[in-house]
Write a protein that binds this ligand. Structure first.
Ligand code: UD1
Ligand code: UDP
Length: 372
């Protein structure tokens, strides 16, 4: 069978890695990179580290406002689907690349599989929420990460083709953590001791587009009682400049030595996945507005403080491993100070067992065979 897979943004490269590997054992895959993310450290590094095959087509769409970016993808994906005539299309997550892939295929009556279906923040101001809802409603296979997502899809009238396969990012952590431990030198490079620092990532539009929220988060990060290693998304770097926020990070040259708890924030370039995994695994706490990073912190047994008002990953909050604090500096600091040390012991497998990729390939095969 022939599949066209659409990826374009950092988390999609990571999610695609285990599924690509499984799919290609038995089927043809034509990999399309929309070009939504294009810097080497936002794209190329993941293909290299995670042995993802070179894209068969690069659409080179780049950055643009939502409508223009999605439209440019749509037009080109349609052409790819005309040329390749796949049995099915696979999309991941909730970015503009997800929506463009799902919509282009659905309009051509090509069945679409959505990996990470049924997630909701119930905040329609988020571009991701719009992308998820629209994608879910045109897909044939909805691969959910938990029963919560299955129930949500049912509440929206989507019952056919829904499968709780677990989270493909749990596959990624299972598969790549050993390699991260054996090959990443991120701790020695940044001169870090395990358990003595925090890791932060921030990139959501709701935080970066609002100067007061971004300033609040930076202020909170500066005051937490750990040095904060902050691999900064290019969007955030641009936002700090654009809003004229007074932010002078440490350059990291002195090392994030735990003996200097006032060291503040060490900004580094976006990291490769292996460095990022190890950095999180050895951290005292993770602070983030990322979806993927919230889950990884949980899988790696590190407490998480989420810099948002709501989360799609509600189960991580319910188990006590994740706290929602928004952008208020005092709440950020208080959440870190109140961390339970050691953290709550129970860490049930909320999102499957790290074998989502096999299940997805089996279900796709079965579904396509039935239709033949
Ligand atoms: C996108 C997704 C978001 C996802 C995130 C993962 C949408 C609407 N948003 O957000 O859901 O969580 O990816 O990281 O699809 N930029 C660069 N170099 C790059 C990529 C981006 O400089 O390689 C800068 C540009 O200034 C660009 C900005 O980042 O305008 C935002 O990029 P974009 O892809 O539009 O959105 P993200 O914030 O990355
Ligand atoms: N990530 C990475 N390097 C970084 C920051 C994040 O490899 O500098 C990884 C992270 O470990 C996770 C994924 O990128 O696997 C999350 O992507 P991101 O936060 O960009 O998007 P989201 O998950 O919020 O959509």
């Amino acid at each position: 069978m022939r599949f066209v897979t659409i990826v374009g943004a950092r988390p999609q490269f990571i999610k695609a890695a285990p599924l690509c590997a499984h799919l290609r054992r038995r089927h043809d895959e034509f990999l399309v990179h929309t070009g939504q993310h294009y810097d080497d450290n936002m794209s190329k590094v993941f293909f290299q580290e995670l042995a993802i095959p070179e894209p068969d087509r690069h659409l080179g769409v780049g950055s643009a406002p939502h409508g223009r970016q999605t439209a440019a993808m749509l037009e080109q994906i349609e052409q790819v689907l005309e040329e390749t005539e796949p049995d099915a299309v696979i999309v991941y997550g909730d970015t503009n690349s997800t929506l463009a892939g799902a919509l282009a295929a659905a309009k051509m009556n090509v069945p679409v599989a959505h990996v990470e279906a049924g997630l909701r923040s119930f905040n329609r101001n988020m571009p991701e929420e719009v992308n998820r809802i629209l994608s879910d409603h045109v897909c044939k296979w909805l691969f959910a990460t938990s029963q919560t997502s299955v129930d949500q899809l049912a509440a929206e009238g989507i019952r056919n083709g829904v499968h709780n396969v677990g989270d493909i990012m749990a596959d990624c952590v299972r598969l790549f953590s050993p390699k991260a431990r054996s090959s990443s030198n991120v701790l020695s490079r940044l001169r870090l001791q395990p358990g003595t620092y925090a890791v932060a990532t921030v990139h959501r539009a709701e935080n970066t587009d609002a100067p007061e929220r971004l300033s609040g988060i930076l202020d909170g990060l500066r005051k937490v009682p750990y040095p904060v290693i902050f691999p900064m998304h290019p969007r955030t770097r641009a936002a700090i400049r654009k809003h004229g926020i007074d932010f002078v990070p440490d350059d990291g040259t002195a090392g994030a030595d735990c003996a200097k708890p006032d060291r503040g924030i060490v900004v580094v370039e976006p990291l490769g996945y292996l460095d990022m995994l190890l950095l999180q695994q050895r951290a005292a706490v993770v602070l983030t507005d990322s979806g993927g990073v919230q889950k990884e912190a949980y899988y790696l047994g590190v407490p998480c403080v989420t810099l948002r008002e709501e989360t799609e990953w509600v189960e991580t909050v319910e188990t006590g491993w994740n706290r929602l604090v928004g952008s208020d500096p005092e709440k950020i600091v208080a959440a870190v100070q109140r961390l339970q040390v050691p953290p709550p012991g129970e860490r049930p497998m909320l999102y499957g067992d790290g074998h989502a990729a096999e299940r997805i390939v089996d279900l796709l095969e079965r579904g396509l065979c039935e239709n033949r």
